[in-house]
Design a protein around this ligand. Structure first.
Ligand code: SAM
Length: 327
């Protein structure tokens, strides 16, 4: 079992498979993108699979595949196939912008993948295109509806962005009225690759909740797992649910069970921390599983207690982009 220096059990790995993305969301990176890494610095599928097996042997039982955009990687399904056969791994989930997932939906279903998070920051097409800087709304919308009707457990992640998409909060929530989905509203975080300055947010989870309350005063709170980052609610009469994720307010650090591995093999123990160890170099230099375990244990044994503590220690962390960290 992986336990950190604050006695938190770590069983959830967020595994980034690339830092590249086919969208250019303005709160994530500049229009020209970031300095994406060269292909030979990305973990190969075999390395990703081997690393996952080592982490599963240490106690990870849930892996979320993220990026960059995971489906930008043409060999992604090979990894998912290998993970789906991994003993001890109980849950494989994917976070995607849903632009490229269409051709893989049947295969994902046959491999037993159930949980898919779709990032969607607008229900209005023009707003979507302004934020993502790409003309992909129809594809995303179609794929989202296909995922829902095919029976995947779909969660929609919507980042509340002041002056950009808050007029879409109530309209996007309508999706939960008609479909069995969870619409989750996230606070914006400072990891935008330097595309804009960032001090504080107006649309924190309390503000989002007050806004929803003005339209739906009868919503009520649902029980959530202890390690959940989202606080979940139900509106009477709605098929689905909604949630808020205080990712900038950081109210959930006390029960954090997550570890992140970037697409280049960096171990990241907190979104607000800098990577302390790189597993790709060790894997390529020695091939030793034991050495990799050692580094993971070192990183996990030296975790900040909260995102605020991490931010204090690693002041320059705000220059990162979420596309490199893995979201
Ligand atoms: N491409 C995939 C996707 O769109 O879901 C996975 C990677 S993306 C970096 C993961 C998540 O990070 C997305 O939901 C995205 O909206 C979120 N994200 C990116 N930059 C963010 C920021 N500055 N603040 C909050 N969330 C951010």
């Amino acid at each position: 079992m992986l336990v950190d220096n604050h006695q938190r059990k770590i069983n959830y790995l967020r595994l980034a498979v690339t830092d590249r993305c086919n969208l250019r969301c303005n709160y994530c990176m500049p229009a020209e993108g970031i300095d994406f890494v060269k292909n030979d610095r990305l973990l190969t599928i075999d390395e990703l699979s081997r690393l996952s097996a080592i982490l599963v042997s240490l106690g990870i039982d849930k892996i979320r595949i993220t990026g960059g955009e995971p489906f930008v990687r043409k060999d992604l399904m090979q990894l998912i196939r290998q993970l789906s056969n991994m003993k001890g791994l109980n849950d494989i989930s994917i976070t995607t912008n849903a632009t490229l997932i269409g051709p893989y939906i049947d295969k994902l279903k046959s491999l037993g993948i159930k949980n898919i998070n779709v990032s969607l920051d607008a229900i209005d097409k023009d707003t979507f295109e302004r934020i993502t800087r790409r003309d992909q709304y129809d594809t995303v919308h179609n794929n989202l509806l296909r995922l829902i009707t095919e029976g995947f457990n779909v969660r929609i992640n919507f980042i509340a962005l002041e002056h950009q998409n808050t007029q879409d909060i109530l309209p996007v929530l309508e999706l939960a009225k008609h479909y069995k989905v969870s619409v989750r509203f996230l606070e914006e975080m400072p990891f935008n690759g330097g595309s804009k300055s960032f001090q504080k947010i107006k649309w924190d989870y309390k503000h989002i909740l007050a806004h929803i309350k003005s339209a739906y005063p009868d919503y009520y709170r649902l029980p959530s797992p202890k390690t959940s980052t989202s606080i979940n609610y139900k509106i009477p009469g709605f098929k689905g649910t909604f949630g808020v994720i205080p990712s900038f307010s950081r109210t959930f650090c006390g029960s954090c069970n997550r570890l992140r591995i970037s697409a280049t093999g960096d171990v990241i123990t907190c979104l607000y921390a800098k990577a302390s160890h790189n597993l790709r170099d060790i894997m390529r230099a020695t091939g030793s599983g034991e050495k990799i375990k050692e580094q993971v244990l070192l990183a996990v044994g030296n975790r900040a207690k909260t995102g605020f503590e991490a931010q204090e220690k690693y002041k320059s962390v705000f220059s990162n982009s979420m596309t490199s960290i893995g979201g």
